[in-house]
Design a protein around this ligand. Structure first.
Ligand code: GDP
Length: 454
């Protein structure tokens, strides 16, 4: 019998409603000690998916109205008996309810323990459990969509297709090798190679989408660089829709790097608004400039801002040089003023050039298209199954390599025994991915990154 656990399922802030979730064999019995229905119906007499209105009590004293929602195993999130108590969402009330539930015999849930139980009880596989964490922390539309697809089993289904193929292949090869006296037909070479190729292609497709999936769901580290007064802070404010950086007329005032995450259409950019690139005698500013140059080196995307109302100077040329070989979009700003800039030089040095007026809020759509093009995500399909993290990628990469080796082995005519060893390794990797064969250490590691209450 597993111990009954409880935690606050809603956030640690004042809200309309706060929910305390209780899960385990004694969930209903424990909830009953804290909650009394208005019509005196005991929770233990309720069917699953039934709610009752009543009050919550601490030491015999009622302290809030509440709704108790009863789920019966196995039809609950965790697969166990679950009661959710919804009380008014004041931090004190929510904590007091949890305390009363713990006093009544529940143990405090560990981080991710509800979802871990759901996984252990077969309610979801590991990729779906990981989707719960990414869905909660999704900070944009694509991330939320991809996580929801993962939760619905998009990756699990794809992987089980591949597994079906290679497991049945491996079984017929093993049967043929192990029972030579039986009349088992030998697997023909074409079926063997075709099946391996098709499994290999499906895994390859997943791996190919990994980078763009990460960009679309995790966002991209971006630096806005440019000489002082080019309009970097104004651009950043235009993207964030808020006054995050201090915009001033005096050159060199945005000295520190201001971190901010903003949405550019369906993309999330993790921005740092840097100091201008101007070479400076001023020690404080020079530090800012050094940081700006370092940021260009370590960022995945550069928005190189130029002031179209001024001629290119040495600072601009320094920026052009620093962007060589980087994923960079030249953003020619202040197009509302009369142009003085030599755009030929910029067009020659950048694969992608966009004209905007940050002050007038124009050119945003063009900037989004340019950024998507340069990052290679313009045709990203968020409904396709996606690899959500490094762990999943590693398993799929290894399985892909094993299948690839098996295919080469089949091509040079190695024995079925030898080929089967490689297929078995691929199967192991894919079962680790979905959690059927994951070690306790891997499982604990995944759930330790969850928040308490999930
Ligand atoms: P930074 O030093 O690169 O961060 O530049 P700021 O964003 O502080 O902008 C410097 C000055 O240029 C401010 O006075 C802005 O209002 C002005 N500015 C920024 N973008 C535009 C634009 O598109 N058009 C015009 N006319 N002025 C702009």
């Amino acid at each position: 019998m597993s111990k009954t656990i409880a935690a606050i399922a809603t956030g640690n802030s004042v809200s309309g409603i706060g929910v305390i979730r209780i899960s385990g064999d004694n969930a209903i019995e424990i909830a009953q000690k804290v909650f009394k229905a208005m019509d005196a119906t005991p929770l233990s007499s309720l069917k699953g998916y039934t709610a009752k209105f009543g009050n919550v009590y601490s030491n015999g004293e009622k302290f809030d109205n509440a709704i108790a929602l009863v789920f019966r195993a196995p039809k609950s999130y965790t697969g166990e008996d679950v009661v959710e108590l919804s009380v008014h969402g004041g931090i004190f009330i929510v904590e007091k309810t949890l305390e009363a539930v713990l006093d009544a015999g529940a143990s405090p849930a560990e981080a991710g323990e509800f979802t871990k139980r759901a996984f252990l009880n077969g309610k979801m596989d590991l990729t779906q459990a990981e989707a719960v964490a990414t869905l909660i922390s999704a900070n944009g539309q694509e991330a939320a969509k991809a996580s929801f697809n993962l939760l619905q089993g998009s990756l699990s289904n794809k992987i089980s297709d591949v597994l079906d193929k290679i497991v049945s292949l491996s079984a017929s090869m093993a049967a043929w090798v192990d029972y030579p006296d039986e009349e088992i037909p030998e697997l023909d070479e074409k079926t063997l190679k075709d099946t391996l190729s098709s499994a290999e292609n499906e895994l390859k497709e997943l791996l190919d989408n990994y980078e763009s999936g990460m960009i679309m769901t995790e966002g991209v580290n971006t630096v806005i660089a440019g000489r002082p007064n080019a309009g970097k802070s104004t651009l950043m404010n235009m993207l964030s829709g808020k006054e995050k950086s201090i915009v001033t007329h005096i050159e060199g005032t945005t000295r520190d790097i201001v971190e901010n995450s903003v949405r550019l259409g369906s993309l999330v950019l993790h921005l740092s608004d840097t100091a201008g690139l101007r070479e400076s005698d001023d020690v404080v500013e020079a530090i800012g400039i050094k940081k700006a140059l370092e940021r260009i080196d370590t960022s995945s995307l550069v928005l190189a801002v130029f002031d179209s109302s001024r001629e290119l100077d040495d600072d601009d040329k320094m920026l052009i040089d620093a962007c060589k070989g980087k994923k960079a979009v030249a953003v020619i700003n202040k197009t509302d003023l009369s142009p003085k800039i030599d755009t030929d030089i910029i067009e020659k040095n950048f694969e992608s050039v966009v004209y905007i007026s940050a002050k007038n809020n124009t050119g945003l759509k063009e900037l989004e298209t340019a950024v998507k093009n340069i990052l290679g995500v313009e045709e990203f399909d968020s409904s396709a199954p996606l690899i959500a993290n490094r762990r999943q990628k590693q398993c799929i990469q290894k399985a892909y390599e094993n299948i690839n080796e098996a295919l080469s082995a089949a091509e040079i005519g190695l024995t079925y025994d030898a080929i089967n060893v490689m297929i078995d390794s691929a199967v192991d990797e894919l079962l680790t991915l979905t959690g059927k064969k994951a070690t306790e250490e891997v499982v604990n590691n995944i759930f330790s990154r969850f928040c308490v209450g999930k």
